[in-house]
Design a protein around this ligand. Sequence first.
Ligand code: B4P
Length: 196
Amino acid sequence: EKLKKLEEAKIIFVVGGPGSGKGTQCEKIVQKFGFTHLSSGDLLRDEVKSGSDMGDALNQMMQKGELVPNEIVLDLIKEAMLDKVDESNGFLIDGYPRKVEQGLEFEKKIGEPEIVLFVDASDDTMKERLLKRGETSGRVDDNEQSILNRIDTFHKATEPVIDHYDKQNKLRKVDSERAPDLVFEDIEKILNDVTI
Ligand code: B4P
């Protein structure tokens, strides 16, 4: 029965480069619209913290700025969605898909997104934000070399995702070079159209 509910759930993908502001905007979206926020990165970091056999390997891949295998991410997302589906009025899937194939697999196993929100910032801006966050975050991947690798992975693997959903008229792009509140004003307008 939960699986059936999941098929009917409203889904929004949030994509963007590392440090573009995905997580930041998702918090604001949850405050205003009450969706269930699932960040692929957070789910993976929780898995690392849990000390599972898989954790060490995941941590190394994340530190290198590489993508982890999709079966792992997709299983974690699906499990978390099933957990929340009874109380949810829609899901914000943050940081996924990072490759076109990830999107296709998700659609096959779970469902299609209503829209794909693309949080857009330049490489320089992303790098600067992540270096700043790295001063306090304690994240293994918030150092200069990891950041450069993550930006590279974004261009190679994730940019095709943006074209893919643009062709389906599902892409909604917001300019994330501005202060978080201003970026959110644009997102509000986009989501008001989706939710009504
Ligand atoms: P993520 O956890 O998704 O990390 P991220 O891309 O850096 O985004 P995050 O949400 O943390 O940062 P945000 O832009 O909000 O991924 C980490 C790793 O996990 C990946 O490299 C990969 O290895 C793995 N992974 C995740 N998903 C995967 C998948 N689907 N498949 C395979 N592997 C996967 O913000 C960054 C900083 O900018 C913050 O400090 C924030 O305060 C600041 N900021 C945000 N907006 C701002 C603004 N408008 N102005 C000024 N500062 C701003």
